[in-house]
Design a protein around this ligand. Sequence first.
Ligand code: FAD
Length: 512
Amino acid sequence: MAAFCKGRYRFKRVLFLKTQIRTLTGKFDYDLVVVGGGSGGLACSKEAAQLGKNVAVLDYVDPSPKGTKWGLGGTCVNVGCIPKKLMHQSALLGTAVKDARKYGWNIPTPIFHDWPTMAEAVQNHVRSLNWGHRVQLQDKKVKYLNLKGSLVDEHTVRGVSKAGKETVLTAGNIVIATGMRPKYPVDVPGAMEHGITSDDLFWLKESPGKTLVIGASYVALECAGFLTGIGLDTTIMVRSIALRGFDQQMAGLVTDSMGSYGTRFHWGCVPKKVEKLPSGSLQVTWEDTGSRCERKDTFDTVLWAVGRAAEIKDLNLEKVGVAFRKDSGKIILADNEATSVPNIYAIGDLGEGRPELTPVAIKAGKLLARRLFGASSELMNYKNYPTTVFTPLEYGCVGLSEEEAERLHGKDGIEVYHAFYKPLEFSVAERDASQCYIKVVCLRAGDQPILGLHFTGPNAGEVTQGFALGFQCGATYRHLQSTVGIHPTCAEELTKLNITKRSGLDATVTGC
Ligand SMILES: Cc1cc2nc3c(=O)[nH]c(=O)nc-3n(C[C@H](O)[C@H](O)[C@H](O)COP(=O)(O)OP(=O)(O)OC[C@H]3O[C@@H](n4cnc5c(N)ncnc54)[C@H](O)[C@@H]3O)c2cc1C
């Protein structure tokens, strides 16, 4: 207690002195202090340092309720994109091994997947990225502080170490980039006590076994997808629809394809409670909203993927006057990432209306640094970003969903070109291709500017990334038609689209 009071006294004294210095000299410890060392925060701090500024970045990870913790780099590196994509790759390899037999490889049976081997390899790679980020910060002369940051005023940040030691940092500008964390439901007894989230899944040392994934966001589907792919008994519980916000025809194809890969779906179901049985299994009780019946099943792991909340609880936003949405915690931002308080900006997932994607956070962070410290006035374009859902059959898209295009331009104002195609590599492997589909939504008039492009199939991320450039440049259906394909690829099918939905003709591609 005495040590705490001494520390608090010291903090208040330093704060007072630094405020005096700031008022008298107009000088700060740093040109920029970034709170949060994830995708957005690291990009912003490195860019500012490259522009010759004196920068500090604070990053601090609160362990998950299960006690999982990780290093520098934020969600993407530690508990998001990177471990997810590697585990997805592990699952794809399982399918490839099965295909390989048809391609002449003599593979002894049975084959099985070893979770600890995969987890160790993935976790080691993540640790190497943590280290790489530290080295990069050092090389670029960004001061990295493993402190939990909170705002004191528009020029001051308080940092607290794991041991409780407080530090005062003053800065000309402050950027908040603290991201989001997975939520647990508040009304399901046993949910937090017995369940895990994506913050834990990638760091499990042992296989999660028979798993129930609750939720239908892309995070839920991706996790269920790779768990199924590595051979685990996996069920998804969905209250209403899957992939809300995405094109719903494509969402249907994604979930249908997951079903054909072996994921079980409980549609229209709401979890009621999770209990631990004496055997150690988790018994989940849920209500089937259609039949109004109560049902139960047992699982080894219950994974909640029911949304994420902005990580603002320790930031002291209210006291400093930074406006945020009371329901979601998302910070309200102007087009230039400015908050309601001068000199305080926010980037990344926790910005209201910002797409929750790593490349978006990175670009927004870099552009903000260039506007603050370079000669740039370029704003982040939050429209037209491509994305991919890494389910066993991947789904990539850029631009509007068909529903959104129809809402904006009317059914008669759009033309939808589509095709069901069979990837060549599926043929020899005799894989089901019934969900491999391409849809390009265009304006109906003139050269038919493309409004949205949707693709399910192998390597959807790679395919979509390429077409996203054309999309960004204002591609039309005419451009697509005059593009020469690369044969034999799945992406070339986009250049061959000629059947409109309106025509009602069979959209199945035949021949090569
Ligand atoms: C399972 C999963 C899969 C995903 N897959 C993809 C994908 O394939 N592609 C894609 O583009 N995006 C993906 N995302 C989203 C992506 O991870 C995020 O959009 C991105 O990480 C957001 O970056 P950020 O900078 O806003 O926040 P984060 O990367 O979350 O970084 C915030 C950092 O701030 C730290 N912090 C929080 N509070 C404080 C504080 N008070 N003081 C100091 N530090 C603090 C946090 O610990 C964290 O390190 C995925 C997300 C999840 C959960």
